[in-house]
Design a protein around this ligand. Structure first.
Ligand code: FES
Length: 143
């Protein structure tokens, strides 16, 4: 007598090991933005839309200080407009007056020419840096 036993089907068990290795890296970048030139030599808020003033606001032979824009606009000759930084080159006060052909600083009495910003009266030794201004119709716009 033979005895045959059926071969049991082997159960295969599969174990899937999922190794999830997630390592998060956080990289922090510290950006350090410092400006090292203490005084910017007169480039007041350029590129703003809208005009700075009307040409009729600027007296012929004189000018007008726009303290909030740190700029002074002059009209040395009829229809000729110039603009300069209103920051005095002596110690950085804002000029506050245009009279008798000069742009005047209240702090120590420096005076600058309305025509080209050059020093007319010390103690400043350097001219007011020019600022570009454009005229469209009757409106003045800083460039
Ligand atoms: S800061 Fe203008 S004269 Fe001194």
């Amino acid at each position: 007598m033979t005895h045959s036993s059926p071969v049991p089907a082997g159960a295969t068990r599969r174990t899937v090991v999922a190794a999830a290795g997630a390592s998060g890296l956080a990289v922090l970048l510290a950006a350090c933005g410092d400006s090292d030139d203490g005084h910017k030599s007169g480039a007041p808020g350029a590129g703003e839309s809208g005009g700075l003033a009307r040409t009729s606001d600027i007296p012929e032979g004189g000018g007008k200080v726009f303290a909030d824009r740190k700029v002074v606009v002059t009209q040395p000759a009829k229809g000729e407009f110039k603009a300069f930084s209103a920051v005095c080159t002596h110690q950085g006060c804002l000029v506050n007056k245009v009279a008798e052909g000069t742009i005047d600083c209240p702090c120590h009495g420096s005076k600058f020419s309305v025509a080209d910003g050059s020093v007319r009266n010390g103690p400043a030794t350097k001219p007011l840096p020019p600022v570009r201004v454009s005229v469209k119709g009757d409106s003045l716009t800083l460039e």
